[in-house]
Ligand binder design. Sequence first.
Ligand code: IPE
Ligand code: IPE
Ligand code: MG
Length: 276
Amino acid sequence: MPETAGRHDLTMPPMLTGETVQPAQRRLPGAPAHVGVIMDGNGRWAARRGLPRFEGHRHGVEALRQTVRAAIEFGLDYLTVYSFSQENWNRPVDEVADLMGLLKRFIHNDLNELDKADVKVKVIGARDNLKADIRALLEAAEERTKDNTMLTLIVAFNYGGRQEIAAAARALAQEAVSGHIKPADIDEALFSRYLDTAGIPDPDLIIRTSGEQRLSNFMMWQAAYSELVFLPVHWPDFDRQAFSAALAEYSARDRRFGGVTGQYRSDALLARAAKT
Ligand code: IPE
Ligand code: IPE
Ligand code: MG
């Protein structure tokens, strides 16, 4: 019996009904391993149609389903979706309740299909101020899918990049006080292991929809060298084609990580090799 939350009918078709997603290819050379998506613009999508904001969020879940399918098809290893920020608690209580309800529905309706598609679900963000039922649901989703390997779907829920960094600093300070580490041991590698994303490579590409050009506290540590693609489309209209276009833009970028471009890099390596 599907649970209904709040004022809205939350019945939605599950993600992969009647179809099996075939990964078209494993990751192509030069394609990103990890893509982060800031799913923005649901409210404006709804407002343009004279609909309540909730309708934008509801259609946004459909776009999320398509995005997960496309990520499998494109052979990504990790897809991180920003679904609720710690600052989003500042929204009206009804909207917050709607967003919580949609997360619950998404997990209830889609977990089976995600599991069948060999998707591992991981949730990042604070857990302590979440209601017990949501916490339990998130933990159950992670536990059930922990051995899956096709794609890791990282749901950034109740997430804040700065809060994540502060929590890591707190934990490291505690380790130092208890004598397990020395302050001098703290470097980038050790710090990363105290973030929610420990063991996950940094996002190669971050896509934000809705035309806004900011990170809004998303992956403040991990985004240090991510390529950023901002799309004018609102999240409910994001689809496989928009995703594919963002990947094409990514593949045309020259990632330098503070070094020099490809041609200069090869020249520099040749010159260094000639000296040795
Ligand atoms: C993104 O859409 C969903 C969340 C932030 C939870 P918004 O709700 O931010 O939509 P806009 O930006 O108001 O259009
Ligand atoms: C970022 O969108 C958070 C999510 C997409 C979950 P917001 O709509 O909250 O960001 P701002 O307020 O426009 O910066
Ligand atoms: Mg927004």
